[in-house]
Design a protein around this ligand. Structure first.
Ligand code: FES
Length: 105
């Protein structure tokens, strides 16, 4: 399964994704360390901010939790498709999704 990640300089990285890991973990495991994820996924840093560019047909993301929404509100570059990648657990329905790493927090 795969996620396509676009980094800030427009480079495209195909990332092998494992079910049950967060999007953040999958991206970092692939060596894309531009996604800093300083807090390690404990929902306190917002340095794992991504834009979800597209999902496979029929796939849906779990809605933002109140805490995720609060943290995203503090980001200058918040967009409608903003998510904290540590809060999205990868599953097979998301195979083929595309994300872009948001500007530095
Ligand atoms: S890794 Fe810190 S909020 Fe996601």
């Amino acid at each position: 399964m795969q996620i396509t990640v676009t980094t800030r300089d427009g480079e495209i990285h195909p990332v092998e994704a494992r079910t049950g890991l967060s999007l953040m973990q999958n991206i970092r495991n692939a060596g894309v360390d531009e996604l800093e994820a300083i807090c390690g996924g404990s929902l306190s840093c917002a340095t794992c901010h991504v834009y979800v560019d597209s999902l496979p047909p029929g796939a849906e993301l779990t809605p933002r939790s109140a805490d995720e929404a609060d943290l995203l509100e503090a980001c200058d570059d918040l967009a409608e498709n903003s998510r904290l990648s540590c809060q999205l657990v990868f599953d097979p329905a998301l195979d083929g999704m595309r994300v872009t790493i948001a500007p530095e927090y």
